[in-house]
Every structure is written in structure tokens, then in C-alpha cells.
Design a protein around this ligand. Sequence first.
Ligand SMILES: Nc1ncnc2c1ncn2[C@@H]1O[C@H](COP(=O)(O)OP(=O)(O)OP(=O)(O)O)[C@@H](O)[C@H]1O
Ligand SMILES: [Mg+2]
Length: 214
Amino acid sequence: MSIILIGGEKGGTGKTTLAVNIAAARARDGHDVLVVDTDPQGSASYWAAAREEAGIEPRVASIQKFGKTLANELKDLSKRYEEIIVDAGGRDSIELRSGLVVADKAYVPIQASQFDVWTLDQMDKLVSQAQSLNTGLKVYVVINRASPNPVVEETKEARELLEEFENLELLSLVIRDRIAYRKAVREGMAVSELPRRDSKACAEIDLLYREIYR
Ligand SMILES: Nc1ncnc2c1ncn2[C@@H]1O[C@H](COP(=O)(O)OP(=O)(O)OP(=O)(O)O)[C@@H](O)[C@H]1O
Ligand SMILES: [Mg+2]
């Protein structure tokens, strides 16, 4: 039983993409999963609706929740669902702050090519505040949309810079830029559910999944 938050203050880093792929994988493993979409854009809800409409199994429940009551609502929901995955917007939102207070673990996707020290610095501070209320909170950074070309060394700089942050730990696994991610999310699927399976994308999500639920 856990509350996993996928969040961060920067927009468009892949929060929703990773959240829904992990949710589908957890459901496939036989768990009762709820995706909590705290982003007014509603991308995770859109994914869940597309999934529902296409009749893709296993089903993944989702709801939208906003505002400062989120922490309490998440606690209540965690009594009804085995696993909660929170997609927490793209800004320093009240939802991100509230989510961090009740999450067991949080994952912050970043794009190595658009590495943004300032937003990570903000995130590091937010985590420190949240940890005064939620002492067990662990927060990990995951590099997303890295170049699929192994010759491109864009993750190196990110690794060096991340050493500065006390409350953020960088995962060694890397998610690369692959069409399968875009395609799957559009269709309410996880990458492993696409008819033409991208085995590299599947392996990346599998690694992330095992890292989260190890
Ligand atoms: N690994 C990837 N490979 C290819 N495309 C990706 C990958 N991750 C995310 N994308 C694409 O990047 C865009 C942003 O991703 P996503 O919507 O998941 O980010 P987000 O952090 O949830 O954004 P927002 O801050 O707007 O909520 C989407 O078009 C998505 O399809
Ligand atoms: Mg999103």
C-alpha cells in the first residue's frame, strides 16, 4: 500500500507519461490502483477516459482533485485503494505541496537537455519543508526524454549538478525519447500495451516500476 507522487515544478517533463505507465503496470500486477490527477489540464484523466472508452484491461480508476484538502483526501483514499499514484501538476502548486506531505515516495522527471537548476533548487526546498511533516518522504529524480542515441552524453552534466541537492536522489535508470511513449498515452495505454511493442520503452518502464515498488 503506498502513495506515489510523480511531480515537479517544471512543465512538460513527462510527469503524466510516467504516472500513467506506472499506474497501468501496477494494475497489470493485480493491484487496485487509483490515479489522482491534480492538474487542471486533466491529461491523466484524459488518458484514463481514453482507456475506459477503448475497453483496455486492466481498468485503472482515476479522479481529479484540487486544492489544499488534497493531503487529507489522499489519506482517505489510501484506505480504499491499494495503490495511489498522484500526477502533481507542473508548477509550485498547492497540490504538489500537499501531495508531498502524504506521499511515501516522489519521483521528479527532468529532461537532461533542458536541465533547469532553478526549479530543482525550488523542489529541493519544497521537499525539505515537506519532510518536516513527512519524515519518511524520499524523493528521486528521473531523467526522461534522454536522447536514444547512446553517443550523446547529455545526462552527464545533469548527474554532476544533481549532487548539489540534499533532498533529491538521482536514479541511475534513464527514460529515453521514444515515439512509443507519445503514442501509448494518446490511446489510453501503457507502452507495453501498444500493438507494435517497443521493447526498449517497455524495458525502461519495467526498470522504473521495479525501482518504485521494489
Ligand atoms: N520519454 C518520452 N519520449 C517521448 N515523448 C515523451 C516522453 N515523455 C514525455 N513525452 C512527451 O512530452 C510531452 C510532455 O509530457 P507529459 O505530458 O507527460 O509531461 P508533464 O510533465 O505531465 O507536462 P505538464 O507539466 O504539462 O503536465 C508529451 O507530448 C509527451 O508525449
Ligand atoms: Mg501532466
